[in-house]
Design a protein around this ligand. Sequence first.
Ligand code: IDP
Ligand code: MG
Length: 154
Amino acid sequence: MSEHERTFVMVKPDGVQRGLVGEIIGRLEDRGLKLVGAKFMQIDRELAEDHYGEHEDKPFFEGLVDFITSGPVMAMVWEGQDATRQVRGMMGETDPADSAPGTIRGDFGLDLGRNVIHGSDHEDEGANEREIDLFFDEDELVGWDQTNETWLYE
Ligand code: IDP
Ligand code: MG
């Protein structure tokens, strides 16, 4: 079994409004990933601007901050082998229009600005840890033994 890691995942306001929280959690559970933290919350502008800081100079930044603060989100931490990259694969491409059927964005989205889910970028070293720290205190994360682990990992 190789090293397990934690990744930050968030159902965005469009996903919450469209009733996709259960569907998305179900897909991550079915894959074998382990939920270790969850918080249903509304993001304030300060947190949104921090979280999307890498995009602050982009023309879509204001609209993105407006959108992500416009309603509740389901913020989560999921754990598993290669979790960050695997979740990104399940999400699809940034633009739902370029996302394959079977991916979350490919199955539930049509428009770049309404792409349902966020997941830490595996190509951005340490993004998972940074985002987890931004949204969760250490004592809000729950370490637990997944009893089916021997059937998920060699
Ligand atoms: P990612 O969510 O796949 O990591 P990023 O490039 O990090 O994609 O962009 C963050 C978010 O900003 C996207 O998920 C999307 O909601 C939004 N976004 C990215 N590019 C555009 C754009 O060109 N127009 C509008 N929104 C965008
Ligand atoms: Mg990104």
